[in-house]
Design a protein around this ligand. Structure first.
Ligand code: PHE
Length: 339
């Protein structure tokens, strides 16, 4: 029996040493030390031994078991370490390799100029408001002195969602929404998308951006409107930029004007950018119509105000000498990268 134990010892240790994987070791463990393992079988036969033989063989058997267990444990840790080293080797990072340059995005030219304008207005004490792009007919038209049958509605080709709901054709509904919520003094700009059912070409898009401005307080005059716009234009285009008011008509302002800025390319001489005019139209404006104030429960005998609506695309096109409006919306990085 001792003989058999010695054999198991030698064979077992040799097998353990040549094991290639943790799985192999597990199998060897079962083979020798498991319930039906070779060593276990021998121990079960101990009953047949004499009283003298039993402790001697028992001692040897325990030594063999201990040796096998110890050898397996050692081999397990060797294999585990090897596996770890292999993994580290595989996952090694060569920090001396040249890095991958992350592609850096930039702001859209419309967003950049909008941010510039917002900074200028915030500097003058304005706050920024935002309103819905899907708007009630009441805010987009009716409260702005454009009743249902008003001919001026035809000039703004409207997307109707239903009889009373439209895609806003201008940011002017924000005048009404602001005055409904807020009492004077009011100083607010409201930038955002507007929608008109125009077909797309170099100067038309069914979606474009406006920035509405509204100031209401006691004693506001056309002089305040001019002063404000003059300051904005000088901040945007430099000290020598000038503005010019041309009489115009909007149903919700009286008097109304279209406002031009002196061409920032030729400084008024006439060039390609201003089409020889020396001036570039950038916005519509005027004194808030007394009826519009009344529609918002503001007494026109006590308060007065001015409003303006800047066309953002046109402004940016002129600023960067961009000749096709479609470029803004096509997401071509070759175009966008330039700003
Ligand atoms: N909402 C007008 C437009 O889209 C512009 C405007 C705004 C005019 C505010 C006067 C006052 O043409």
């Amino acid at each position: 029996m001792k003989e058999a134990l010695m054999q198991i010892k030698e064979k077992g240790v040799a097998e353990i040493r040549s094991a290639q994987s943790l799985k192999d070791l597990e199998a060897i463990k079962v083979k020798y030390l498991g319930k039906k393992g070779e060593l276990t079988q021998i121990l079960k036969g101990m009953g047949k031994l004499t009283a003298e033989e039993r402790p001697v063989i028992g001692l040897v058997a325990n030594e063999v078991r201990a040796l096998l267990e110890e050898t397996i444990a050692k081999e397990v840790s060797i294999l585990e370490e090897k596996a770890m080293l292999e993994k580290l080797e595989q996952e090694k990072i060569d920090v001396s390799m040249p890095g991958k340059m992350p592609r850096k995005g930039g702001l859209h030219p419309l967003t950049k100029v909008l941010h510039e304008l917002e900074d200028i207005f915030i500097g003058m004490g304005f706050s920024i408001a935002e309103g819905p792009e899907v708007e009630y007919d009441y805010y987009n038209f009716e409260a702005l002195n454009l009743p249902k049958d008003h001919p001026a509605r035809d000039t703004q080709d409207t997307f109707y969602i239903s009889d009373n709901i439209v895609l806003r054709t201008q940011t002017s509904p924000m005048q009404i929404r602001t005055m409904e919520k807020q009492r004077p003094p009011i100083r607010v700009i409201a930038p955002g998308k507007v929608f008109r059912s125009d077909s797309v070409d170099a100067t038309h898009s069914p979606v474009f951006h406006q920035i509405e401005g509204l100031v209401v307080d006691k004693g506001i005059t056309m002089g305040d409107l001019k002063g404000t716009l003059e300051l904005v234009v000088k901040k945007l285009y430099g000290e020598d930029a000038k503005i010019r008011f041309r009489p115009h008509h909007f149903p919700f302002t009286e008097p109304s004007a279209e406002v031009d800025v002196s061409c920032f390319v030729c400084k008024g001489e006439g060039c390609r950018v201003c089409k020889g005019e020396g001036w570039i139209e950038i916005l519509g404006a005027g004194m808030v119509h007394p009826q519009v104030l009344r529609n918002c429960n503001i007494d026109p005998e006590v308060y007065s105000g001015f409003a303006f609506g800047i066309g953002l695309e046109r402004l940016v096109m002129r600023s960067y000498d961009i000749d096709d409006l479609r470029l803004f919306f096509e997401n071509d990085v070759r175009f966008l990268k330039q700003f």
